[in-house]
Design a protein around this ligand. Structure first.
Ligand SMILES: [Zn+2]
Length: 499
């Protein structure tokens, strides 16, 4: 047993050492800040996992791990605060079992089938199947490769012990692969939303055709809300991928549905060297087919999974289809048309609701018949109803797409506000806790005044939502203000200064 282990170590160690020695330019400052001396190289660790059901219980398994050149998009820190305890997390551990990196993720739940093009007569189309549950989802996670990494595990909060784990040294040599792909990644900018449009099935000679199609989709997406208003913060990269993604039309016996091999898609995306938050694949076929995924996320957008993407064929409807399927895979939107069949359990989405009132004033109209549940309602017409409507409706934009974009592109409409303070009265020198929004996370970045007298800021907590200060001497009863840069927030109540 021990000898076998030593053998495995002997087989893998040179690879890892070669990798460390080979690691080129030092990584970005952001990685350093997050991981300190456990910092990664420009390599990524790709963990291939699958989800199987055993005795009615979901069980993830780690299939293999690969290390290749590429970029891991870092998890937005604020997203980690919204953890649903029922969800899995993936962790990279050091040899002492200390987690070096932790990210939440979720498996894709449904494939979506593109609607028939509006020009098609009903008689010539196959009946529309509901979204297709993904039976045994395969998922790849692109994680930073950390020098001190020793094992990877998947666990779920509340479970005893990890659901799956794999040690890097115990993995057989074939499971840790260093690929030779060496793209030169363009610099990524913080605060941007990155979409990767990737070729499938195009030979090098065909690439000009892919470029034309991809640029058309890019221009189209950027001309639609909510991307239009945020276009300076949306980066769409076009990648002339030649790796086989295993895409084909007619998947699962449905003519209009295309499927790819998920793990190959994710590996190819990582190998592109681009940062990416979402993927759109253009498959080189004239046959009308495509698809997407819905991640079905209750608690917030999962930025860390890299496990949903959109696929489109190469033809006249590629761009509207991309917008529609992107509405599923990025926006977690539902189809607004009725399939005419019931049968799948209904899952929440912003644009299909059991009650018109839930749309509020965002909807100008409300119609019955939405997705697989015909009793549900949809708001105004949109591309989720028909590819002929080349826009998302207001409800989808406001209640889903914009909030998902805010994980990447911070909202511009920042205001500093004071929600309250405690105690409400005190003498000079009394410690007062102020709660509110958008305080500077550095204490010296906040100017706090009690009726105009500057107070000493002791500390900032909870990423700028709590300030601890002391009542300045000479202060009089009055309002508290907090100034951050050019923005000032004022308390609703007066603080009473006791003498
Ligand atoms: Zn759809």
């Amino acid at each position: 047993m021990k000898r076998a282990l030593n053998k495995a170590i002997a087989a893998v160690l040179p690879l890892i050492l070669a990798l460390i020695a080979y690691s080129p330019a030092f990584p970005e400052e952001r990685l350093q800040k997050l991981f300190g001396d456990a910092v990664s190289s420009n390599n990524v660790l790709i963990v291939h996992t699958s989800l199987k059901t055993e005795n009615g219980r979901e069980k993830p398994a780690i299939e293999k791990m690969r290390i290749q050149r590429g970029r891991a998009r870092l998890i937005q820190e604020q997203a980690l605060g919204e953890i649903d305890p029922s969800q899995y997390q993936i962790e990279i551990m050091d040899s002492s079992g200390r987690p070096l990196f932790r990210a939440n993720f979720q498996y894709p739940r449904f494939r979506t089938v593109p609607p028939a093009p509006p020009s098609t007569s009903k008689e010539t189309t196959q009946p529309q199947p509901s979204q297709i549950p993904v039976e045994t989802p395969e998922v790849s996670f692109v994680l930073p490769f950390l020098y001190k990494a020793s094992s990877v595990r998947i666990s779920r909060e509340g479970d005893q012990g990890p659901a799956a784990s794999m040690s890097m040294l115990n993995a057989s040599a074939s499971e840790i692969i260093r690929t030779e792909t060496e793209p030169s990644p363009p610099p990524a900018q913080e605060g941007k939303f990155h979409i990767l449009i990737m070729a499938s099935g195009y030979s090098s000679a065909d690439m000009p055709l892919f470029q034309t199609r991809a640029k058309e989709i890019k221009t189209y997406l950027l001309s639609k809300e909510p991307f239009l208003s945020k276009s300076s913060s949306v980066d769409i990269h076009i990648h002339e991928n030649t790796l086989d993604l295993g895409c084909y039309c007619g998947c699962l016996g449905i003519d209009r549905l295309s499927c790819c091999i998920d793990n190959q898609v994710i590996s190819a995306a990582a190998a592109s060297g681009y940062y990416y938050d979402e993927i759109i694949i253009v498959h080189n076929t004239a046959t009308y087919c495509g698809g997407g995924y819905r991640d079905y996320s209750k608690t917030g957008y999962q930025t860390s999974g890299y496990n949903t993407y959109t696929m489109v064929y190469a033809g006249d409807w590629s761009s509207p289809m991309a917008l529609h399927e992107f509405g599923h895979s990025f926006g977690d939107l539902c189809d607004e048309y009725s399939y005419g069949t019931e049968g799948y359990t209904y899952y929440d989405c912003a644009n299909c609701r059991p009650d018109c009132q839930e749309f509020g004033s965002l909807a100008k109209a409300c119609y019955q018949g939405c997705d697989a549940e015909s009793a549900y309602f949809r708001p105004d017409e949109s591309i989720m109803l028909s590819l002929g409507n080349e826009y998302y409706n207001n409800v989808s934009i406001r209640n889903s797409l914009l909030s998902r974009m805010s994980y990447y592109v911070p909202n511009q409409d920042k205001t500093v506000s004071i929600a309250g303070f405690t105690p409400e009265s005190g003498k000079a020198g009394t410690k007062v806790t102020i709660t509110g929004k958008n305080f500077s996370s550095k204490k010296e970045g906040n100017i706090v005044k009690f009726s105009g007298k500057t107070a000493k800021v002791l500390s900032v907590k909870s990423s700028g939502t709590i300030l601890n200060v002391t009542v300045p001497s000479g202060a009089k009863t009055g309002y508290i203000t907090v100034t951050v840069g050019k923005l000032t927030g004022k308390s609703k109540k007066k603080f009473t200064v006791l003498t």
